[in-house]
Design a protein around this ligand. Structure first.
Ligand SMILES: [Fe+2]
Length: 401
């Protein structure tokens, strides 16, 4: 791809700044080097954005829910208005596997596409990145596990999240599960990043309340975990603290019957910044514990992390209480003890009407030792600020039981 990025206009906010009021939208910004178009209705700009970036034959990677909500058609018509050829792959499901990626690659090859748009929740965005890996570099997803293992150029792509959750649109990594055993593989490459992102809070209107709640708690976990993760630099902490401020303030209002535009906008921007925090930092033990819950028991990711996060905060807090107090201070809140921070996370989870214990979520205790072993092998466990062993993780599961 040879398209040149058009200059961002108007530039009214930076990632370090406050969320502009919606009356100031639309606006363009740069977060971590990715251009971000923000504002209600910005999906309409998709065609001109892709055209500016040099795309001519576009694969839109999405899921059936986005098709049903009419967003896939809106994306298609925005692209066609700019005379771009469009193929829509709507076969993405939750926790996408290597099979979903393979199906998307087959369509991409058949349609001879030269540009990818990921439209949807984290599953669609991750699948879009996964398709990009295999389409351009061949082989299997396993070949790209880790960081920067793709040797050939990849296609340019645009990410359009439809939930305020994973922040995948801000990250170089795709989480793709191996079809055989559902083990999630983190495949990252600087070339897999979306060149530009459209954050359109209007897309959140059609999201069912429970889906929004689950996604929102995932974003909360991203903010809290990335702030204290071992690799986090000060920029990562800046993103994470602003994300925590926005998400913890706006999550409950965003789920209300009469949720306003400001709450949706705050959630979408907050989830994006939390994703940027992960991109520069990492995650921790709550995510390490969550993956076996999803793989073994089918617990939705956002529920799994929200079950574990308060216990991880209390566990880490015995060693890094000052860091959690710093998170609160940077978010403009009173510096709290780790216990108070954990209690705040539990209150958010309750406001989301999500299960509070593993038992509530239907997980029996017999599998905990095996899950603890699996959790200890998760990549994210190694980034937790307090070292964790399988025995520590088993204790965390028991506390959550
Ligand atoms: Fe997550």
């Amino acid at each position: 791809m040879t398209g040149e990025m058009p200059p961002p206009v108007p530039r009214r906010a930076t990632a370090t700044g406050r969320l502009p009021g919606l009356d100031e939208a639309p606006w363009d910004s740069q977060v971590n080097g990715t251009r971000v178009l923000f504002g209600e209705g910005r999906l309409e700009a998709l065609g001109s954005l892709v055209k500016d970036l040099g795309g001519t034959r576009v694969l839109v990677v999405t899921d059936p829910g986005l098709v049903k909500a009419g967003h896939a058609d809106r994306a298609r018509s925005a692209l066609r208005k700019k005379s771009l050829a469009v193929a829509v792959f709507s076969g993405v499901e939750e926790n996408p596997t290597t099979l979903h990626v393979a199906a998307g690659v087959e369509m991409a090859r058949r349609e001879k596409i030269d540009f990818i748009v990921g439209l949807g929740g984290g599953s669609s965005l991750d699948c879009a990145k996964g398709i990009n890996f295999i389409l351009t570099n061949g082989g299997e997803m396993e070949d790209y596990r880790g960081t920067n293992r793709a040797t050939l150029p990849m296609l340019d792509s645009v990410g359009v999240p439809s939930t305020a959750g994973t922040g995948s649109e801000a990250q170089a990594y795709a989480l793709i599960a191996r079809a055989a055993d559902k083990e999630k593989m983190a495949c990252g490459d600087d070339k897999a990043r979306f060149r530009a992102v459209i954050l359109d809070p209007g897309l959140l209107v059609s999201v069912p309340r429970r889906v929004a709640a689950v996604a929102g708690m995932d974003a909360v976990a991203h903010a809290v975990e990335s702030f204290v993760s071992l690799p986090a630099d000060d920029t990562a902490r800046m993103f994470a603290a602003e994300a925590w401020r926005l998400l913890s303030t706006e999550l409950a209002p965003a789920l209300g019957e009469s949720a306003g535009e400001a709450a949706r906008a705050g959630m979408l921007w907050g989830a994006h910044l939390a994703g940027a925090g992960i991109d520069r930092g990492m995650l921790g033990a709550a995510h390490a514990c969550a993956n076996p819950l999803t793989a073994r028991h089918g617990i939705v990711h956002g529920i799994a992390v929200s079950l574990m996060l308060p216990h991880v905060v209390r566990f880490n807090g015995e060693m890094i209480a000052a860091a959690y107090a710093d998170l609160q201070r940077r978010a403009g809140m009173t510096a709290a003890s780790p216990h108070e921070l954990a209690t705040r996370v539990e209150a958010l989870r309750e406001a989301c009407h999500l299960p509070a214990t593993l038992a509530d979520a239907g997980v029996d205790t017999s599998s905990l030792p095996a899950m603890a072993e699996e959790a200890a092998r998760q990549w994210t466990a190694g980034f937790n600020p307090r070292p964790v062993t399988a025995a520590d993780l088993l204790e965390l599961y028991r506390q959550a039981a």
